[in-house]
Ligand binder design. Structure first.
Ligand code: MN
Length: 516
């Protein structure tokens, strides 16, 4: 019989702890919807005690998402568990995930507690959480640096208290595959009641070993893996969902396990997470990197043309990546447009669809051929604008070799129109100076990236940038056939995030939050 591995996605919790990746509750919901289409078994929505933004996001996801179990994180403290339970209340299937550090270094310096006290507190936390949910996960934080005998003792005790999943985190990315596999094997062998719970692993990528460690654990009996889309997360990140899933699929001959993941949703999930967090996927990233399916060497190209399997172990279609194809033009109607969006996996409300269609018509006027990537950019560009304080109404710039670059910009703020003009050392700088004057804040531009969404001179330009203001960072993105307009949109998008208090809170929380 093939074992089915439980896929636990923590993109919205650990992934969001990635420096500079704060997401609003609406954006988290957007990602959660895609995770549900991807077929993950558990979505960890956040850490409710940490911030009002996290509470709201978990609640929103619990109310809306059907199918996957919704999980929330809590330290082994009453207020944490109460907050997690409250946020999860609307969920059909819910899981409370409690954690407590067990390693000698954490016991001595962080918690200042003896082994017996740790066991007592862990058992208390599981028992306390059990009043709210049947499905309880316990994580002995820093498990990979905990004495195995003590780890076995903790695991046995929390299972007896009612934990249904025991998660073994390699919190600091210290483990190596052979040893980590043995650790899991040891748990299977030495914890007498282990058959009553699922063993999970949660690996970090500090040495680039998060995926190999997770695979070694599966091979040795783990039944759940915790991972994130694009491998984002604290420091060097978490184990990447797409790498684990594709390895288990391509090398089923070895691992002999299955997952419930629809791999054709991977590319879209990767793109959505990258767009909303502003964290660009490196080109040579396994599975979802821009170069993952590009063959450069002549010998390889020749082989692939004769038979793809000569140099390709998986096909772009396996992860839902179709080669850029001409889909729509300016004569395409609303019906064809809606159908194509549905085929790409976007499900929009009628109002959002109308707005997207208007933007498509404008784009089709400027650009002969509209590709799938363009449609995705249009829709994804529109999503974060929903609760925007400032909206861009008009932008005009003048620049040239003999001209002082000048920008005139009109914004709307809660129905009121604001207009101003300013100059700069280039048209983009002039736009940013004008927006600073209109909004009254002058953030620092930390990062700016401009790229073409598709090929060709008339391609849609997409700007992803990062701003910093009073210690808070915000990522913004904007797309347009006019790169100046795309730049202005991205800047305003980031400013909108900086001024929204939920972003601010979720940033502040990060500095104190301990996590497994
Ligand atoms: Mn972690």
């Amino acid at each position: 019989m093939t074992r089915r591995i439980v896929m636990f996605d923590t993109t919205l919790r650990d992934g969001e702890q990635c420096p500079g990746a704060s997401l609003t509750p609406t954006q988290k919901l957007e990602i959660a919807k895609q995770l549900a289409r991807l077929g993950v078994d558990v979505i960890e929505g956040g850490f409710p005690i940490a911030s009002p933004g996290d509470r709201e996001a978990v609640k929103l996801i619990a109310q809306t998402i059907k199918g996957p179990t919704i999980a929330a994180l809590a330290r082994s403290l009453p207020a944490d568990i109460d907050a997690a339970a409250a946020a999860l209340a609307p969920a059909k299937k819910k899981r409370i995930h409690v954690f407590l550090a067990t390693s000698p270094i954490h016991r001595k310096y962080k918690l200042r507690k003896a082994q017996e006290e740790i066991v007592r507190q862990a058992v208390w936390a599981v028992t306390y959480a059990k009043q709210y949910a049947r499905d309880i996960e316990f994580s002995p934080e820093d498990a990979s640096r905990t004495e195995p005998e003590f780890l076995h003792q903790v695991i046995e005790a929390v299972i007896r208290a009612g934990a249904t999943t025991v998660n073994i985190p390699d919190t600091v990315g210290f483990a190596i595959p052979d040893q980590f596999g043995q650790l899991i094997h040891g748990i299977v062998d030495h914890v007498p009641n282990i058959e009553r719970a699922v063993i999970s692993v949660h690996c970090h990528n500090d040495l680039g070993l998060s995926v190999p460690n997770s695979l070694a654990a599966i091979h040795n009996g783990a039944g759940q893996v915790e991972c994130t889309v694009n491998g984002i997360g604290e420091r060097a990140g978490n184990a990447s969902l797409e790498e684990i899933v594709m390895t288990l699929k391509i090398r089923h001959d070895f691992y002999r396990v299955t997952t419930g993941i629809d791999t054709t949703q991977i590319a879209k999930a990767s793109r959505l997470v990258s767009n909303l967090t502003g964290i660009i996927v490196q080109p040579n990233k396994a599975v979802v990197g821009g170069n993952a399916f590009r063959h450069e060497s002549g010998i390889h190209q020749d082989g692939v043309l004769k038979h793809a399997a000569t140099y390709e172990i998986m096909r772009p279609q396996d992860i839902g990546l179709a080669s850029s194809q001409l889909v729509l033009g300016k004569l395409s109607g609303r019906h064809a447009f809606a159908k194509r969006l549905a085929a790409l996996g976007f499900r929009l409300s009628p109002a959002d669809l109308n707005q997207a269609f208007e933007r498509f018509k404008v784009l089709a006027d400027k650009k002969k051929e509209v590709f799938d990537e363009d449609l995705a950019a249009i829709v994804e560009d529109q999503l974060p604008a929903e609760h925007a304080l400032y909206k861009l109404a008009y932008v005009h710039t003048a620049s040239g070799s003999e001209t002082v670059p000048t920008a005139t910009i009109r914004l709307t703020k809660e129905g009121k129109t604001l207009q101003d003009a300013a100059c700069g050392d280039g048209p983009v700088d002039a736009c940013y100076n004008t927006i600073d004057r209109l909004t009254g804040i002058s953030p620092e531009l930390v990062d700016y990236n401009l790229h073409a969404v598709t090929k060709g001179k008339d391609a849609l330009g997409e700007v992803v940038l990062k701003l910093r203001h009073q210690g808070v960072e915000g990522v913004g993105r904007g797309a347009s056939t006019d790169v100046i307009e795309a730049s202005a949109k991205a800047y305003l998008n980031a400013i909108n995030k900086l001024v929204s208090s939920s972003t601010r809170r979720s940033y502040l929380k990060r500095r104190e939050s301990p996590h497994p």
